[in-house]
Design a protein around this ligand. Sequence first.
Ligand code: ZN
Length: 345
Amino acid sequence: MKIYDFNERLKDSILIADGAMGSMLHEAVGFERCFDELNSTEPEAVFRIHQAYIEAGAQIIETNTFGANRFKLAPLGLAEEVQRFNSRGVKIAREARESAAREVLIAGSIGPLGLGVQSRHPSPEEIQEIFHEQALALEERGVDFFILETFSYIEELLLAIDAIRSFSGLPIVAQLTYAEEGTTYGDVRPSDAAAQLKNKNVQVIGANCTLGPQALLPILEELAAVDGLRVSGMPNAGFPKREGDRIVYPRSSPEYFALFAREAAALGVRILGGCCGTTPAHIRAMAEAVKLLRPSKTHPAWKSIRPRASRSIASSSRSTRSWPRRKWMPSTSTAEPWPASAWTR
Ligand SMILES: [Zn+2]
């Protein structure tokens, strides 16, 4: 898809993206060492999830390739499967699209390398090569655009963007994930992230995962206040808990996501979807909620059409609990648990 056409599509409309893939696969096939591998071993399960999201109203589906990069696959002995997993991922998404009665866009999902939990940190050049390999495989098989998501560090996100832009003219949606205090784990505020990303030829800048709908709204509000920026938001269903081997998500109700969608639309957000723990029911509720809405254009006029304060989920005070500060490419000797390690898509 051409950047011009993508921009035109977002000019006056809100697009609904799909919800979680990983947590849905977790429920469908149980514990798996690698969700990306399922593109080869359980394509039907992946196909059915795409189909359920399309039926729920998703206009964008994301390939099941969030972790399909050489760095993440290598410890599993799957480093040579990058091409195959990404190619299969796009193939399955295209098959799901073909079975749909309307137009659906396919976003090639690329997640971070997960450097915090790995024992070795590659150089910036190596990082770019890793993203280049994955993105090329996705583009060759026919994605419409790229979505970079759940990045905790803007430096890594910038390397991924440069890797894509070294060969590709497809649109890019670039999403960081933020902690409770409103900064990334690398301590970057949304407005600072926007300033760094603005001149990078990315078409949409957003936030996803980690926080849940309520706490994501102030992040989106800050992004939407930046002139000329198109914004996306894909909250998870709330903070996951570990129960034995399983990661269990709280059940934020679809109605709650509908309320989030209306508030985000009023902020001017152009792409709305869900992250970990969300289901087709959440996407259906969001699609219904914004069906007749057009994106707000004149920030901060949104204040006048916000829901009453008593119903507003954005108005609750943000937690002041602070997260430990983390540096880009932290030392390998850290024994601390990595808070972002549970986040995926
Ligand atoms: Zn997520």
